[in-house]
Ligand binder design. Structure first.
Ligand code: CO
Length: 134
C-alpha cells in the first residue's frame, strides 16, 4: 500500500545550526526557511536525489514538536512520511487492521498542501508515521 518515502522529518532546537550541518558538513542543498504557523513549525527542506529531509524547528506556543524536543534536546528523527495513492482507502484499511489514527481520524492538509494522516507510534515500531496522498 505505501509507496515512496516522501520525507524524513528531524526536529531541531536550532534551525540555523541544522542548516549549517546539512549545507556545510554534509554538502546538501537546503531550501530557505519557511514559517508554517498553522503547523507550529519553521521548516527547511534538504533536497536529496531520492527523497527529502525536513528540519523542523518549533514555532509559537504549543508547537507539536515542543514535547519531543523536551525529551530529545539535541533533536532527533520525529517522523517518516510515506506516500499513498488514496488516503481514505489507506485509513480505512489501517483502521480495519486495528491501527490507531491520530487526531480525529480525518486527513488534514499538511505542510505540502496535500492531505495527510499521522499513525500512532505504538502501532508502528515506535515511529511516528505520516501518510501523504501523493
Ligand atoms: Co512530515
Amino acid at each position: 500500500m505505501i509507496g515512496r518515502l516522501n520525507h524524513v522529518a528531524i526536529a531541531v532546537p536550532d534551525l540555523a545550526k541544522g542548516i549549517a550541518t546539512y549545507a556545510g558538513a554534509l554538502g546538501a542543498e537546503v531550501s530557505p526557511p519557511l514559517a508554517q504557523p498553522e503547523h507550529g513549525v519553521t521548516v527547511v527542506f534538504v533536497m536529496l536525489p531520492n527523497t527529502k529531509i525536513e528540519l523542523l524547528e518549533p514555532l509559537g506556543e504549543g508547537s507539536p514538536i515542543a514535547k519531543f524536543l523536551e525529551r530529545s534536546p539535541e533533536g532527533g528523527i520525529h517522523h517518516v512520511c510515506y506516500e499513498v495513492d488514496d488516503i481514505l482507502a489507506a485509513r480505512d484499511k489501517l483502521k480495519a487492521e486495528g491501527a490507531r489514527i491520530l487526531g480525529d481520524g480525518n486527513p488534514r492538509i499538511g505542510a505540502h498542501g496535500k492531505p495527510v494522516l499521522f499513525l500512532h507510534p505504538k502501532d508502528f515500531l515506535g515511529t511516528l508515521v505520516e501518510l501523504e496522498q501523493a
